[in-house]
Design a protein around this ligand. Structure first.
Ligand code: ADP
Ligand code: ASP
Ligand code: MG
Length: 412
């Protein structure tokens, strides 16, 4: 039998009624002759609640226990989904990550999947089971401890299962009916894309579009998984939603495919550090060891052997970054006059593979922001994206005006 993977996100399993509606969708695919692997998230809001419990109990928590707690939301929905299917006379059972087992690294709270043995579930399909319901987001480390894959990780569970079982398709059911040119919550001009290239989706996801976890897109690209994003709230045809696919499958596309944003960024500047060989290593080594995810980096021009070094990181990592820098200073590894943190910035990015062959895209972005009176604090570019750091209060304005300027409400 061909295998289909169907993943239901938090809002799609938020109540018993919604689980029933999702189960009906699964029933439709079973009736078409598929063996279905259903990946479920926790009910919406549940993971946030569990993360809150952990933080309140233990601010500097043991990450292994964090995973034990926050993975549990998915156990509930997996069991309920299997029960709902059984009530519909669809032969189904649930699996928690460790039962499959979804083997991961030991990087608790952001583990990576290393292997998914297929024998166990395949044997059950052979015995007449029609649906394997698997708790998303979780796995088991080589030490036998429960791990989680980072927020939004059920997407990655789904794609990894699709790759392991060579599924015909991996359908991601969520609360929007596909991937849009930008988050439809920010502008009602956002337009649903029928297709988007893996490379573009990868950039959009890593630059803040949370509709798919970045790692899931990486895996889909590597293992050539047909990945589709669609709504669990509407009746769906086989062509519904957005197909994430190889660039070659897309005939026409805009130069800029989408606008992404990341709201909670901080900009930190080390004032007057010695400009000598090894200074970047002396700064960014300790930051990395402290678990600070440094994103953009700018080293200013130096004067009399001293320079300013600016970097950005998530705003909730500012305290950790400051501590790491003060410790490096105390140890004599670096020297700086001051460390200035601007905690009110956001990152806005434009993404599109068309940028490879079109000049002037970055200039147009800067002109658009100038016309809106938005000051740019830091810029980074790559082959298919341009990102700017701006004041957070202008983020929506910047997204909307860039969306207009690049004509994203119109198809190519
Ligand atoms: P789920 O719980 O189903 O995993 P998420 O909340 O993780 O759902 O992701 C879906 C959300 O992603 C949408 O509600 C939307 O607000 C947001 N989003 C951000 N950027 C985009 C985009 N470019 N296209 C579609 N949705 C987007
Ligand atoms: N429940 C987890 C989260 O909220 C995983 C997921 O939904 O993908 O991050
Ligand atoms: Mg998600």
């Amino acid at each position: 039998m061909p295998v289909l993977v169907m993943k239901f996100g938090g809002t799609s399993v938020a109540t018993l009624d919604r689980i029933k509606r999702a189960a009906k969708r699964v029933g439709v695919e079973v009736a078409k002759g598929y063996d279905v692997i259903v990946i479920v998230s926790a009910m919406s809001g549940e993971t946030n609640k569990l993360v809150g419990f952990v933080g309140e109990t233990s601010p500097l928590y043991d990450a292994r226990e964090y995973d034990a707690v926050v993975s549990s939301g998915e156990n509930v929905t997996a069991g309920l989904m299997a029960l709902t299917l059984q009530e519909m006379d669809v032969p189904a059972r649930s699996w928690q990550g460790w039962q499959v087992p979804v083997k991961t690294t030991s990087a608790h709270s952001s583990a990576r999947i290393e292997e998914i043995p297929t024998d166990n579930i395949t044997a059950k399909f052979g015995e007449g089971m029609k649906v394997a319901v698997v708790a998303g987001f979780q796995g088991v480390s080589p030490e036998g401890r429960i791990t989680t894959l980072g927020r939004g990780g059920s997407d990655t569970t789904a794609v990894a299962f699709a790759a392991a079982f060579e599924a015909e398709r991996c359908d991601i059911y969520t609360d929007v009916d596909g991937v849009y040119t930008t988050d439809p919550r920010v502008t009602d001009k956002a337009r649903k894309l029928d297709k988007i290239a893996f490379e573009e989706m990868l950039e959009l996801a890593s630059l803040g579009a949370k509709v798919l976890q970045t790692r899931s897109v990486e895996l889909a690209m590597r293992y050539k998984v047909r990945l589709r994003v669609l709504s669990s709230f509407e009746e769906q045809s086989d062509e519904a939603g957005t197909l994430v696919c190889a660039e070659e499958e897309i005939m026409e596309s805009n130069v800029v495919a989408g606008v992404a944003f990341s709201r909670d960024e901080a900009k930190m500047t080390l004032i007057s550090v010695a400009d000598r060989p090894g200074i970047a290593a002396a700064i960014f080594g300790p930051l990395s060891e402290a678990g600070v995810n440094v994103d953009m980096i700018v080293q200013n021009i130096s004067e009399e052997g001293r320079t300013d070094m600016t970097f950005s990181c998530p705003v909730d990592q500012v305290a950790r970054a400051e501590k790491a820098m003060e410790e490096a200073k105390a140890a004599g590894d670096i020297n700086f006059h001051d460390l200035v943190a601007d905690q009110n910035v956001a990152k806005v990015s434009i993404v599109g593979i068309g940028m490879r062959s079109h000049a002037g895209v970055a200039a147009k972005m800067f002109e658009t922001l100038r016309d809106e009176g938005v000051n740019i604090k830091v810029i980074t570019t790559s082959e298919i994206k341009v990102s700017v750091l701006i004041d957070r209060k202008y983020m929506e304005l910047a997204v909307q005006s860039l969306h207009d300027a690049f004509g994203l409400d119109q198809a190519a």
